[in-house]
Design a protein around this ligand. Structure first.
Ligand SMILES: NC(=O)c1ccc[n+]([C@@H]2O[C@H](COP(=O)([O-])OP(=O)(O)OC[C@H]3O[C@@H](n4cnc5c(N)ncnc54)[C@H](OP(=O)(O)O)[C@@H]3O)[C@@H](O)[C@H]2O)c1
Length: 324
């Protein structure tokens, strides 16, 4: 009889495990974010009346973020290099009628030109008197094998993605420390967690951000009012690949990998939930990219599993490995 009860319990546990795994396959964000989306603060309450400075606001995720924030009545500062595109985004944000002309500042800025960041910060403070949220979103990527990538491309990736973000954060930080209030958001990437071929320099620039901001968080221990959110999206619809550097890489050699891209609007909805709830480190991706990240981060012997006979094929399909 004991034996029967044991096997029934084991079967139930197995069923629960299978159900848990199957429901995981519906998720498009990590569990902390999912919990916040169900039980946490909603963005409408937490973000209304804030002053939000977004870099990389001229397209993709930054543009959509500006658009969704404009619906919440948030004052916006839109930055990127292309002023005309920023004006277009501003007009789009004004269309929904929640903001007035004076609530949106278009502030062209080159992340690589760190000497201009201090003046830009002063301009925002003069206009709105405060910066509640800095969204370090602007960035560039590349799609080329290491052997084909020119050193200049590696330098630009570090200058824009890493040094540009560090510089702007350093300019805004003293103001936030004075008030002991503010949110700093950093757009990293799942590529900085799970290696993928053709983006060595991009992954390195995002990993550098991780190191810098992890340490900054420990240094802000005495400033509990300042929070840091690191967002790691997987593939999202945007212009990032059209704008990516390709080195002397020819497109015909790009691996035929399904990219499982997420809609930009969905990605931004989830980013807003994480902002509203001050989540520290979040993953956003469609399946199976999210599953791949969990496997990479948490499953022991992952290399052995992924390099086995069938594992190599799975790795190739999931874009973890590149075979010539
Ligand atoms: N899409 C994805 O699959 C994905 C996944 C993970 C992470 N991300 C990250 O998400 C962020 C936004 O990318 P996206 O996907 O929305 O790509 P995107 O559509 O190409 O947008 C990139 C933005 O960055 C700006 N930018 C590029 N170089 C700049 C510079 N030197 N100075 C100032 N702004 C600059 C661009 O504007 P200008 O050209 O006008 O300067 C543009 O507004 C990036 O940090 C990217 O690494 C994207």
């Amino acid at each position: 009889m004991m034996g029967f009860e044991f096997w029934m319990l084991a079967l139930c546990a197995l069923l629960l495990l299978v159900l848990g795994l199957l429901s995981f396959l519906w998720l498009d964000s990590d569990l902390t974010l999912l919990r916040a989306a169900w039980m946490g603060q909603c963005p409408e309450q937490a973000l209304a009346d804030k002053v939000v400075w977004i870099t990389g606001a001229s397209s993709g995720i930054g543009e959509e973020l500006a658009f969704q924030l404009s619906k919440l009545g948030v004052c916006l500062v839109l930055s990127a290099r292309r002023g005309q595109e920023l004006e277009r985004v501003k007009r789009r944000c004004l269309e929904n009628g929640n903001l007035k002309e004076k609530d949106i500042l278009v502030l062209p800025l080159d992340l690589a030109d760190t000497s201009s960041h201090d003046i830009a910060t002063k301009t925002v403070l003069q206009e709105f008197g405060r910066i509640d949220i800095l969204v370090n979103n602007g960035g560039v990527a590349h799609a080329s094998l290491v052997e084909n990538t020119n050193m200049d491309i590696f330098k630009v990736l570090i200058e824009v993605n890493y040094l540009g973000t560090v510089s702007l954060t350093k300019c805004v930080l003293p103001h936030m420390m004075e008030r002991n209030q503010g949110k700093i958001v950093v757009m990293k990437s799942l590529v900085g967690i799970v290696p993928r071929p053709l983006c060595s320099g991009y992954a390195a620039s995002k990993l550098a951000l991780r190191g810098f901001f992890d340490v900054l968080r420990t240094e802000l221990f005495d400033y509990p009012g300042i929070t840091l959110s690191m967002i790691c999206p997987g593939p999202v619809h945007s212009n990032i690949f059209q704008n990516a550097f390709t080195g002397d890489f020819t497109e015909t050699r790009l691996p035929k990998i399904p990219l499982f891209k997420m809609e930009t609007s969905r990605c931004v909805q989830l980013i807003l939930v994480s902002l509203a709830n001050d989540l520290e480190d979040i993953w956003i991706a469609n399946q199976p990219v999210l599953l791949r990240a969990y496997v990479w981060q948490y499953v022991p012997f992952r290399d052995w599993i992924l390099q086995g006979r069938y594992g190599k094929y799975i790795s190739k399909v999931l874009g973890i490995t590149w075979y010539r």
